[in-house]
Design a binder for this molecule. Structure first.
Ligand SMILES: Cc1cc2nc3c(=O)[nH]c(=O)nc-3n(C[C@H](O)[C@H](O)[C@H](O)COP(=O)(O)OP(=O)(O)OC[C@H]3O[C@@H](n4cnc5c(N)ncnc54)[C@H](O)[C@@H]3O)c2cc1C
Length: 401
């Protein structure tokens, strides 16, 4: 290595879960990191997700790779971000004969993925969750949890900032500096000062979530993505203590998550081309009420607090056509565009779940380090994160803002 680690400069585009994880990982390994986010941190999909720390149970039958990633990262996140989760657990609930037919494959798949389960007969399930549909046939407990999507990710940003990362919000990447098959920086627009500037980088990491395709297109690259929005409905009151999932293959409105004094029901899934401002169709909200009420009948008359939508940045499949987005894996992929497109200096990390943000960051940081010839292993799985409030307090101390 010709330079000290701080001599290598990586620009990360996007301040969501993925960008936060990457900024943390690289700055912990000793590299100089600048992260550019066009809005506030977590203002993209991350700040609007459902809030489930997945055990992987939801994906165990249909998407084993993602299930295995989730349970591994679930355990790591609990260790490195203590206090960030409501350790309430999850219940997969069988309501119909079809759900019951699904039970053996669900239990086998959980076991094969390393997800611990406890089976509860109806009386025990109703004791755990008195508002549950009294017709419950069986419930299976798994280690899901409720998480505040913004605060967890702020802990990654707080730690990255503490380790020297320069986190620039309200700064949009408007282009990539590239020539002769090499990206050497970004063109940035400071939305507060209304100023354009160029920032050079040894590597640019594209962590722009649903907008990753747009960032890649700046260098003429087609990032294989499928954008898939979903609607979430929050109602007033906690109708359950645990994260409730319907025990069947992932479908619409089959999760109820308690979050502070609310219950959040989700979600739907369809496909779009444009990541900006996904709609909140009224029939999707109605479906959340209808499906949610199957799990917990009182949801039918619950008072609506809000409904919103967010866009999943899924990796497109070369074999499956996506009609709704549910056909696609929730696993992630890291693209070294030198390998995939002959363009040096640009890495895209996309797909996955907020639950797997640390693993996504590790895979992107490994690729960056390999490109730069840096031999420093990842240590994020064993590094306890700073509290989320440190993002603000230490930022004030540093910038006086
Ligand atoms: C409805 C729904 C429910 C979900 N529920 C869960 C759940 O319960 N649990 C879970 O683990 N996962 C969940 N997910 C998945 C999870 O939300 C996403 O996988 C994750 O948040 C994606 O994070 P990201 O950082 O890749 O993208 P984002 O959070 O979208 O971050 C990308 C950022 O890049 C910024 N950006 C874009 N273009 C530019 C540019 N040109 N310049 C600068 N900045 C730019 C954006 O403003 C944005 O902040 C859910 C997703 C959806 C849609």
């Amino acid at each position: 290595m010709a330079r000290s680690l701080r001599g290598w400069h990586v620009v990360v585009v996007g301040g969501g879960a993925t960008g936060g994880g990457v900024a943390h990982d690289l700055s912990l390994r000793g590299l100089r990191v600048t992260l550019l986010e066009r809005g506030e941190l977590t203002s993209g999909t991350t700040g609007r997700h459902h809030g489930v720390l997945h055990s992987g149970g939801r994906y165990a039958v249909s998407d084993r790779e993602s299930a295995t990633e989730c349970i591994k990262e679930n355990r790591i996140l609990r260790r490195i971000a203590p206090g960030s989760f409501e350790c309430n657990g999850g219940l997969f609930v069988a309501l119909t004969d079809e759900d019951m037919d699904h039970v053996p494959s669900f239990l086998n798949a959980c076991e094969a993925s390393g997800i611990p389960t406890t089976v509860h007969e109806p009386a025990a399930a109703l004791q755990l969750e008195p508002n549950l549909n009294p017709g419950v046939k069986l419930a299976v407990a798994v280690p899901d949890a409720s998480v505040d999507p913004m605060r967890l990710v702020l802990r990654f940003f707080a730690t990255a900032q503490r380790n020297g990362a320069d986190l620039r919000t309200f700064t949009e990447v408007t282009g990539l500096v590239h020539s002769n098959g090499m990206v050497t920086g970004v063109l940035a627009h400071d939305l507060v000062l209304q100023r354009d500037y160029e920032l050079s980088a040894d590597v640019v990491v594209n962590a722009a979530g649903p907008w990753s395709g747009q960032v890649g297109a700046c260098a003429g690259i087609d990032v294989p993505m499928q954008l898939s929005p979903g609607v979430l409905l929050a109602v007033r009151g906690r109708y359950c203590g645990r994260v409730l999932n319907r025990l069947h293959n992932p479908s619409d409105g089959d999760i109820i998550l308690p979050q502070r004094e609310l219950s959040v029901i989700g979600t739907t899934s369809w496909v779009v081309d444009d990541p900006d401002v996904p709609p909140v169709p009224a029939d999707h909200v109605a479906k959340m009420y209808a499906e949610g009420a199957k799990l917990v009948p009182a949801i039918a008359s619950a008072q609506r607090r809000s409904a919103w939508s967010a866009v999943r940045p899924l990796v497109a499949s070369s074999t499956a056509t996506a009609a709704t987005g549910r056909e696609l894996s929730r696993t992630f992929q890291c693209f070294d565009h030198k390998q995939t497109d002959g363009v040096e200096g640009l890495v895209t990390i996309t797909g996955g779940k907020a639950t797997t943000l640390r693993a996504m960051a590790e895979s992107a940081a490994d690729v960056v380090c390999a490109k730069l010839g840096i031999d420093v292993p990842c240590s994020t799985a064993d590094t306890v994160l700073a509290p989320h409030s440190a993002y603000y307090t230490e930022r004030s101390a540093r910038y006086g803002t």
